[in-house]
Design a protein. Sequence first.
Length: 574
Amino acid sequence: MNRTQGTKFVRTRHRLSYIALACTAATPALAIEVDVGNPDVVVHWDNTITYNLGVRAQGVSHLVGDSPSYDESDYKFSKRGDIVTNKLSLVSEFDAIYKENFGLRLSGSGWKDLAYDNNDVRYNPDTVPAGNLGSGSPALPYSALSSYPGGKYSDYTKKYYEQGGQLLDAFGFGKVMVGDSPVYLKIGRVTEYWGNSLFNGTQGISYGQGAVDLQKGFSTPGTQFKELLIPRSQLNATVQLTPDLSLGGQYFLQFKPYQIPEGGTYLGWSDATFNGPSLLQGSVPRASSVMPKNTGDFGLKAQWRPESFDGAELGFYYRRTSEGAPWVLFNWNGFTPDSYKLAYNKKMDMLGMSLDAKFGGLATGFEVSFRHNTGLNSTPNPAVANETQGAKGDSLHVIANAFVPMSRSPLWDTGTALVEVAYTQVLKVAQDGNQSLYNGVGYAGCTNAAGTGGGGASNGCSTRSAVSVGFSVEPQWLQVMPGVDLSMPISDTFGLNGNGGTLATNFQGMHVFSVGLSATAYATQSFKLAYNGYHSKTTGDRLPSANGGYYASGAGLYGLNDRGWVSFTYQTSF
């Protein structure tokens, strides 16, 4: 494998994009209160059952499926009308509270997806033409380029896509008085979300507080970003110094990486797998990840709500943390990669400020944050033989959003609309020996479709600044029949201008959208039918194939361009 080949297939794997679509109508949890015979102890046990059925709405486009970087994911369910998920899941939550001051919370989930009962990896039935994988490469069947040794899913993929379970929250909490000030404590696996970003959490103040479940985000469009955070073991404390001022902090006891869609599954961004044994295009093995320490990350916050601000609140934040979004890096033998690995940035410093305020009927939020030593989008480069980290630098992030209630009109009874704009700018690329890996316009890591350098924004290279937009509109119709409310959630997140330079960022022209119809019956059951789609821009460059050629380059996750699907979701709680 030469450098051109290595650059081509790595470019499709190192890009991480946030998914944070707007909230849809949710079924209220109906808590079961358990009588334990002690009036000082209150116990609740909540259960939510969800059934998801998904059907592919587009057949394989050979512009995607003929690529050896995408065929395993695209051909798993290759025909329009194929069932891509047939999943039953349960989330169970247990809370016990003693005298309203101390307690315990446990939650977990389990699932079974019949669509993935067959663990065989599927491939394009054609042959990759000679020369497509580098100068002099022979013609090969796609099966010879399998990402899964033996052509079977790894144990990790089977667990998260076929059948499995996981612990979610597991923490104790309490309130103690220090003088006249209450102190609120939590210890264990818990999720904290600071700031007020709605759609762009990876560009917000909350970045680095927890890993993000992008498998859930892509398979369940409409999920709020804060609901994608994975609980992380930590110590957490907040003290209410005065009615107007509180101080808080957290100390992390565990590092958690992002949970990324696996290759060979319907919404896999590429054929690459991020967990378990793996081979890039059948030849380059996955080496051990370069992981941060579990302890040492921490954050501090202060929140101030003076009476003179008429309900507005200011927040100030500092965090030193590792980043859960990975770089994909190589160990090189000359111009040939010996292995690939995931590496995670550590000791990123973030300073931020937030403002929540109301103006008339609008509820608005504003954030600005500065990151030092943050991870930047990077592409492996043989100039750095043993790559243990990618490019780093400093960045600025600004987010503004608004919540707009929808007044009654001839077209709807009520509803909500949310919109958010995020601006990102790379202020500095560190000159630490890894700047040659930076996938930015004008840098060595930015390559064209041939992988020979001189690429631009259309090839997915990062620009100095970028703007992204997210919105959600959900008109509602109340009591369309006795006990039934109806709504139409419509949402999209997209890169408006430029490609972000930090990890887990946006790309110009990349859309993740959903249009649906949701019904809630007697506040106990919900039904939702939706079309979910993904689209990213590509260049006009093509590589030859048996069907006329496939995408050679582009910006964003263009491997999902033919994965539109229709989902039906039923949910009930007890």
